[in-house]
Design a protein around this ligand. Structure first.
Ligand SMILES: Nc1ncnc2c1ncn2[C@@H]1O[C@H](COP(=O)(O)OP(=O)(O)O)[C@@H](O)[C@H]1O
Ligand SMILES: [Mg+2]
Length: 296
């Protein structure tokens, strides 16, 4: 269970302070597909980042499956991120010059997993995501939909209990977006908790529980019944003009090419020497975090 008690998050100080989360109390059951919806700036990413231990709250308590995150040391938090959470982002955060295999294996490379084991695990995840024919291709050569599937494979390599997906369809066309939502449902069906941040209400209706956030306050929690989920699923079989969307397991729709964000990630241990001791507990997310910092 994800349990937040009186959680506040304030960015900055004094006149420029932003109160991003206000006395949030929330209990989310394990094994469900949960969406966080709300306008831009309402606090969705802040909430996600606090659950994922990418950021800490200003006050209050965060408890995940009985573990209280407050007061954990930075090493313990790194360990929590690595073992417990898989992260998926709108911008994928792949290293464009690396192959799909190298990208998916990256969290294990950083964690110091030996080459044989990490390649075997990465290839399994790549196979699960239907990307075997892309394993040796560079990430920059993939379509947007394929890139997001690579990042999903990377999120799964440590078999986390919780998947956090922050607007994962934001850079995708609707067909590839629907494929990602269907994949998240499948991941949830395999027993994991999936938290999806979206401002697409149709996608939110496909989840078990919708949490609406307004100006940092939890405004609504709505449980969708099976009929609502099915209806939302069916609706997305049609595009905005009412035409049936052609579906395929591996999308051939490569027309959408997101402009590659050139991310320079300082990677410890991306060669095969065992010089990764200092970065042992860093997860894919830290990679993304570093990438984001470079991007900013
Ligand atoms: N690092 C930060 N520093 C200062 N303000 C921030 C920071 N991150 C987010 N905010 C502010 O906190 C509020 C909530 O942001 P965010 O959680 O990113 O919203 P959402 O994901 O719903 O768009 C916004 O007003 C945003 O400008
Ligand atoms: Mg956000």
């Amino acid at each position: 269970m994800i349990k937040l008690t009186n959680v506040n998050k304030v960015y900055g100080k004094g006149d420029s302070a932003v109160h991003a989360l206000k006395d949030v109390n929330l209990e989310l059951p394990s094994g469900k597909f949960i969406s966080i919806v709300g306008k831009s700036g309402s606090g969705k990413s802040t909430l996600m980042n606090i659950v994922g231990a990418l950021d800490s709250c200003t006050s209050g308590e965060v408890e995940i499956d009985g573990e209280v995150l407050n007061n954990k040391t930075s090493n313990q938090l790194a360990d929590y991120r690595n073992k417990k959470i898989g992260y998926i982002f709108q911008s994928f955060y792949l290293e464009p010059t690396f192959t799909v295999l190298e990208n998916v294996a990256m969290p294990m490379t950083i964690a110091g997993v030996n080459r044989k084991e990490r390649e075997a695990k990465a290839m399994q995840a790549i196979s699960d995501l239907n990307l075997l024919d892309k394993a040796k291709k560079k990430a920059s050569e993939l379509s947007g939909g394929q890139k997001q599937r690579v990042s999903i494979a990377r999120a799964l390599v440590f078999d986390p209990d919780i998947i956090l997906a922050d607007e994962p369809t934001g850079n995708l066309d609707s067909q590839n977006g629907q494929e990602v939502i269907a994949l998240l449902q499948k991941i949830c069906d395999s027993g994991k908790t999936v938290l999806l941040v979206t401002h697409n209400i149709d996608d939110a209706r496909k989840t078990d529980i919708m949490v609406e956030i307004k100006d940092g306050v939890i405004a609504n929690i709505i449980e969708n019944d099976e009929a609502t989920k099915k209806a939302a699923q069916h609706a997305s079989d049609y595009d905005a003009d009412g035409n049936l969307i052609e579906k395929s397991a591996t999308s051939k729709n490569d027309s959408f090419e997101q402009e590659d964000i050139e991310i320079k990630v300082e990677l410890a241990g991306n060669n095969d020497k065992q010089d990764v001791k200092t970065e042992k507990n860093i997860s894919s997310l830290d990679v993304a975090d570093k990438a984001q910092k470079v991007e900013e």
